[in-house]
Design a protein around this ligand. Structure first.
Ligand SMILES: NC(=O)c1ccc[n+]([C@@H]2O[C@H](COP(=O)([O-])OP(=O)(O)OC[C@H]3O[C@@H](n4cnc5c(N)ncnc54)[C@H](O)[C@@H]3O)[C@@H](O)[C@H]2O)c1
Length: 356
């Protein structure tokens, strides 16, 4: 089996790479990434890319079709991957998360790839507090990021046929340790605040619903999607990935972290304007289709994993919200230095190399 992971050098990619290497020791694994966050490593583990057979650098908007030769499955993780970045760089978000995702699938299909896995998001449901949303429920994307995922799904699903399986995994919000950590994710942010400041600062009024999933369980879901039999759910599938038990309100997440670390204060911004991005999601279909790949981590085990992982890495930085573990800070710095265009394309000219 030969698997191409596009966008492998972010937060999810390293965990997926290690999972696939363990689960399929003889597979050929190729990574493709622009390398925007390549330096955002935490801890002293070996570079996660050593578990690949090959790492290629480039922009998904201009990917070389020769890379698909003999490839059985393409996993597309490449994205401008959250709402703050999507709001700031809307055109690039649509170009990368939507247009390039569809073009990537077209090139893969023409090259004979059998399975295309797209990392979508439960944020497509937008404001959905009344009942848990199913895959057939109406979507209500409230941000450029969520819209980009809806637009991609809409064009990807009709591309599926007997020889080309398409699976759009609508993931809950990720959390947990990765070699390339992100602290701009709600639970990770709370654990980092608790450890570095003895304080959890909840920016919203704490009421939004936010289902979560451990990043290790995302990797297991992708593994399932790569090899899923089309007979059971059809050649083109959209499925929510997470667990019904892990539909939580943000304030519950904060209190669960505080309960795990003695002396931590929770500060909730009761004056914050309501955050409409609040959704409860049903994961029944995923349970039915992938009984052997159900999430193994829960809130408590993930909080402990985060505490131990951050302590092991010597993490103590109370100013972590200004650090490289926030995706927007990294992009902002590259923009200031003139390394990234407003389309978020890397300038690889000699002038820029010398400047750095
Ligand atoms: N982390 C979450 O909570 C979450 C939840 C649901 C879905 N997802 C989706 O899962 C995927 C992976 O998420 P992540 O947390 O690892 O994101 P990330 O931002 O950490 O990683 C994304 C990777 O894509 C690469 N990339 C961006 N633009 C590129 C381009 N033009 N060409 C080539 N590579 C490019 C970046 O360099 C980065 O390595 C994304 O599609 C994201 O939307 C993430």
């Amino acid at each position: 089996m030969k698997i191409l992971i596009v966008g492998n050098m972010g937060y999810v990619g390293p965990v997926l790479t290690k999972h696939l290497r363990r689960a399929h020791p003889h597979a050929t694994l190729i990574g493709f990434d622009a390398g925007l966050f390549a330096h955002c490593l935490i801890g002293s583990a070996p570079l996660p890319e050593i578990y690949l057979d090959r790492q290629v650098f480039g922009d998904v908007r201009h990917i070389d079709k020769n890379l698909f030769e003999g490839v059985d499955a393409v996993v597309n993780l490449a994205a401008i991957s959250n709402d703050p970045m999507g709001n700031r760089f809307e055109d690039a978000t649509l170009a990368i998360n939507y247009k390039a995702a569809v073009e990537l699938a077209a090139v893969a299909k023409r090259a004979g790839v059998r399975s295309y896995v797209f990392a979508s998001s439960c944020s497509v449901y937008g404001c959905a507090e009344e009942g848990a949303k199913q895959e057939s429920s109406k979507v209500d994307p409230l941000t450029a990021y969520a819209r980009s995922k809806v637009m991609a799904e809409k064009e990807l699903i009709p591309m599926a046929d007997d020889r080309f399986t398409v699976t759009c995994l609508r993931f809950a919000t990720a959390c947990g340790m990765s070699d390339r950590l992100r602290l701009d994710l709600v639970l990770n942010d709370f654990v980092a605040g608790a450890l570095s400041q003895n304080k959890i600062v909840v920016m919203s009024d704490g009421t939004p619903w936010r289902p979560l999933i451990n990043v290790k369980d995302m990797a297991r879901a992708i593994d399932w999607a790569i090899g899923r039999p089309a007979e059971k759910a059809g050649v083109g599938l959209i499925v929510n990935v997470g667990s019904n038990e892990w539909n939580c309100q943000v304030r519950d997440l904060a209190h669960a972290v505080a309960a795990a670390i003695p002396g931590v204060e929770v500060s909730i911004n009761t004056n914050a304007p309501p955050d409409r991005r609040s959704y409860r999601v049903s994961y029944d279909l995923y349970k039915e289709l992938a009984p052997d790949f159900q999430p193994l981590s829960d809130l408590k085990s993930t909080i402990i994993e985060m505490i131990e992982g951050l302590k092991r890495a010597g993490f103590q930085n109370p100013a972590y919200r200004d650090s490289q573990y926030m995706r927007l800070n990294v992009i902002g710095k590259f923009r200031e230095e003139g390394l990234l265009s407003d389309k978020l394309e890397l300038d690889r000219s000699n002038k820029k190399i010398n400047a750095v």
